[in-house]
Design a protein around this ligand. Structure first.
Ligand SMILES: Nc1ncnc2c1ncn2[C@@H]1O[C@H](COP(=O)(O)OP(=O)(O)O)[C@@H](O)[C@H]1O
Ligand SMILES: [Mg+2]
Length: 372
């Protein structure tokens, strides 16, 4: 874990970072985001002692980095920057292997690791003998990533590594990095000013404004519960629609569906539907456990009105869990052509209902927000 503790940084009278404290989880992808000049690079460079804090401390796995040798510390971390930082007069192979050689790793092992890294970042090994300026921007940045990961560091710092790339290369490098992280589980600290990039990559996002840490949370909470107006504006109201996996059934369900008990008569239930202007009732037991759905249309003959709801309810109906995403829901609605879907919690208690109109209302929100 990296612990940033009451860290401040001032350049003469210009206070760039004000009393920043937060903890960066081991093996997770943490994104630092904020507008240009808000101190992201400064904070990142403090983690590998390229810049010293004016006040406060940084601990890595409980050790104050003040007490650590900065060369050793830097070599124990990968570092990727926007301008790739590749040496132009060295071949791609020499660029990748420079640190492993300094660390006196056996040459056969370096060669093996180099080929493995090239494969992991999706580059052909024939590129190893080229020079950086013979590669595209995207390829160069992939080499930058290979160089940062090849020594198998626990921590990788990345400062806007994809900002200078065209949108297509950018997306494919993001995907590649996610795949890499899926395999390697490094502690990645990644700086960007692009919220879409942050939401796509981050396990946790730290948002900075004017030298202060204004929110530090998982992407879902940043999208749904922005801490203040700055975050709200920075995120933008419609952003969540670009990440529908963060929209959950419980965010859009009706939370008080009309219910009945199984021993109610069908007659009573039909009356209740009429009064409440619904065409079905959710049948539950006294503990709110979901049993089935009674549809008005299932009741076809007069005799049945004196029977019990239990006899006429449908038991095997498709349901969703409250934590399911809106994408799962949309698929179910399309496949089953149902208009009403009960929402259950982990213990199969009824906690809400999705109706066609609640779904349409939720989906139309993305267009309505724009006009407010
Ligand atoms: N060496 C320096 N001397 C004086 N001011 C600096 C120095 N480095 C950065 N700054 C100032 O600190 C602020 C934060 O810079 P930086 O951390 O690079 O921001 P970001 O990476 O978020 O764009 C900026 O206002 C910048 O001008
Ligand atoms: Mg910067």
């Amino acid at each position: 874990m990296i612990e940033i503790k009451k860290v401040s940084k001032a350049y003469k009278n210009n206070v760039v970072l004000k009393d920043i404290s937060f903890k960066i989880d081991t093996g997770k992808f943490t994104v630092l985001i904020g507008e240009s000049g808000c101190g992201k690079t400064t904070l990142l460079k403090m983690i590998n002692k390229l810049i010293m804090p004016t006040k406060g401390d940084i601990f890595i796995d409980g050790k104050n980095i003040k007490d650590l040798d900065e060369i050793k510390l830097r070599r124990s971390m990968g570092y990727v920057i926007q301008q790739t930082g590749l040496f132009p007069h060295l071949s791609v192979r020499e660029n990748i292997t420079i640190i492993p050689k300094v660390l006196k790793i056996p040459l056969e092992k370096i060669e093996e690791d180099t080929l493995k890294m090239m494969d992991m970042i999706g580059l052909d090994e024939s590129l190893l003998d080229r020079f950086p300026n013979e590669l595209s921007g995207g390829q160069q940045q992939r080499i930058g990533i290979a160089r940062a990961f090849i020594t198998n560091p626990d921590i990788v710092l990345m400062d806007e590594p994809f900002s200078a790339l065209d949108p297509m290369s950018r997306v494919s490098l993001q995907d590649e990095l996610l795949k890499l992280q899926d395999k390697l589980h490094k502690t990645i600290v990644f700086v960007t000013h692009d919220m879409d990039e942050a939401i796509k990559l981050a396990d946790k996002i730290a948002i900075f404004d004017n030298g202060e840490l204004v929110q530090y949370d998982i992407p879902e909470n940043i999208l749904k519960h922005p801490a203040n107006d700055f975050v709200k504006n920075f995120v933008g109201k419609k952003r969540i629609w670009t990440s529908p996996k963060y929209i959950k059934v419980e965010d859009i369900m009706i939370d008080k569906p009309v219910t009945c008990f199984p021993n109610y008569t069908v007659f009573y239930c039909l009356n209740k539907m009429k009064m409440m202007k619904v065409d079905s009732l959710m049948v539950i037991d006294e503990n709110k456990k979901f049993l089935g759905v009674l549809y008005a249309e299932s009741v076809t003959d007069k005799e049945s009105v004196n029977k019990k709801a239990a006899e006429y309810m449908l038991r095997d109906v498709p349901i969703v869990k409250k934590g399911d995403s809106i994408m799962t829901l949309a698929k179910l609605v399309t496949e089953s052509r149902l208009s009403n879907i009960p929402v259950l919690d982990g213990d199969n208690h009824l906690c809400g209902l999705i109706t066609r109109s609640s779904l349409i209302m939720a989906l139309s929100q993305q267009f309505l927000d724009e006009e407010e």
